[in-house]
Design a protein around this ligand. Structure first.
Ligand SMILES: Nc1ncnc2c1ncn2[C@@H]1O[C@H](COP(=O)(O)OP(=O)(O)O)[C@@H](O)[C@H]1O
Ligand SMILES: [Mg+2]
Length: 398
């Protein structure tokens, strides 16, 4: 017998079972929004995660993830539909979002997606609201009581799965972090003990002091990077989304790095067009990416080497590349580059580092709907390049 509602229930039960086993937060969130659209017969669905510490919602995943979608886009709790759901802890149906003053325009403008009707449910875990799951635009008719029930059921399962994935990710990151802390701590400990020996020479003494300084510096950089990464991985990272110009960011980054470039006897060549399309996203985060790529090109270059920063428009995106004349990276070491804590064997002898920079870059670029990659020719040099999609002027908020 044909029973469409029963079909939808069965699909929901299947999905619930399925999502309980996903430990990768990104994969999980995408699966949840797909299921949300499916069981409510909506054209799209999105998920926003709630950060209690600053009372903000972050847009995390959506079925209609086109290239302009910004992960981490901040949605205010006050005055938005999703915020209303967080505060009331109740499902909410809006049949015509255009006439509802609480409809937050930011997402539509960024995603280029028009919402007309909406059904949202709170995601509650142990009594705490952790986010909002929204189904957008019912295919036929209007959202009804069955849709609320189905989406609430899915939301309850999703909340548990999300918290599990977060815990898993954190324990993973923490154990790696603790492991990485041991090396600098051991060096500091050894140096401190040796410093107490009366027989060491002045030279040895200053070498050990230098070791202690370097290693504490590294620990402090690790702490900062580690926090950045933990925020990006847990979906709690905050992106301030605005239209921005890339050129000043690149020029600024060069300025910041110029001292180190000259100091190392390197030279920098640049090719940055005067006119570039506006990009959409968090300018400070993009600058962080450029700074890390430049810093790597400095650290891993040869003496008297050259750094070339180029930027150009390609199809639907802007491409940016940082090229160096360092010793390059062997093919077998390319794969690990964007993994956290990974350093090409032998890098410790060449330069200080944590191995976290590139994994942070990748997260930031991908959150902006872009891509980052590395090309290298051993003995010749390495090029890191990223592309960012740009919005046509008419899709940008005024
Ligand atoms: N331009 C480059 N040339 C050669 N190797 C590089 C370059 N950039 C990065 N690498 C390698 O990739 C590793 C990871 O880079 P990153 O995450 O920025 O860490 P860090 O800069 O702290 O060493 C580096 O340790 C180095 O081994
Ligand atoms: Mg680096």
């Amino acid at each position: 017998m044909d029973n469409p509602l029963l079909d939808r229930y069965i699909r929901m039960v299947e999905v619930s079972r399925d999502i309980a086993s996903i430990l990768d937060l990104d994969v999980l969130l995408f699966r949840v929004v797909q299921a949300a659209a499916d069981v409510t017969e909506a054209t799209a669905a999105s998920i926003l995660l709630y950060d209690e510490s600053n009372n903000q919602l972050y847009f995390q995943a959506s079925t209609n993830l086109d290239s302009h979608v910004m992960r981490g886009l901040v949605v205010p709790v006050k005055g938005s539909l999703a915020g209303t759901i967080v505060t009331s802890r109740e499902p909410l149906i809006v049949q015509d979002t255009d006439t509802d003053p609480r409809h937050f325009e930011g997402i539509g403008q960024t995603t280029n997606f028009d919402t007309s009707s909406l059904l949202g449910v709170p995601l509650i875990h142990y009594g705490k609201v952790i986010g909002v799951l929204e189904a957008l635009n019912k295919r036929d008719g209007t959202f009804n009581a069955e849709d609320i029930e189905l989406l609430s059921g899915l939301g309850a399962q999703a909340a548990i799965a999300i918290e599990n994935a977060r815990l898993f990710q954190q324990s993973d990151l923490i154990s790696e972090m603790v492991h990485e802390l041991r090396t600098p701590l051991a060096s500091i400990n050894t140096a401190a003990h040796l410093l107490m020996r009366p027989e060491i020479s002045a030279d040895q003494r200053s070498m050990m002091t230098e070791t202690i300084q370097k290693e504490t510096q590294r620990l402090s950089e690790m702490a900062t990077s580690f926090l950045d990464l933990a925020r990006l991985e847990s979906g709690r990272s905050q992106f301030q989304v605005h239209p921005f110009e890339l050129r000043p960011i690149l020029l600024d980054s060069i300025n910041v790095m110029q001292g180190r470039i000259t100091q190392k006897g390197l030279s920098l060549e640049q090719s940055i067009p005067d006119e570039l399309p506006l990009l959409h996203g968090d300018a400070d985060k993009i600058k962080q990416v450029v700074l890390n790529l430049l810093s790597n090109a400095i650290k891993y270059n040869r003496p008297d080497g050259v750094i070339t920063l180029t930027c150009r428009v390609e199809d639907e995106h802007v491409l940016c590349a940082v090229e160096d004349t360092g010793r390059g990276i062997l093919p077998e070491h390319m794969q690990g580059l964007f993994q956290k804590f990974y350093r090409v064997p032998g890098s410790e002898q060449i330069a200080e580092g944590t191995g976290l920079g590139l994994s942070i870059c990748k997260k930031i670029i991908e959150a902006h709907g872009g891509e980052i990659k590395a090309d290298s020719e051993p003995g010749v040099g390495t090029t890191f390049s990223f592309v960012l999609p740009y919005s046509s002027p008419e899709t940008l908020p005024a």
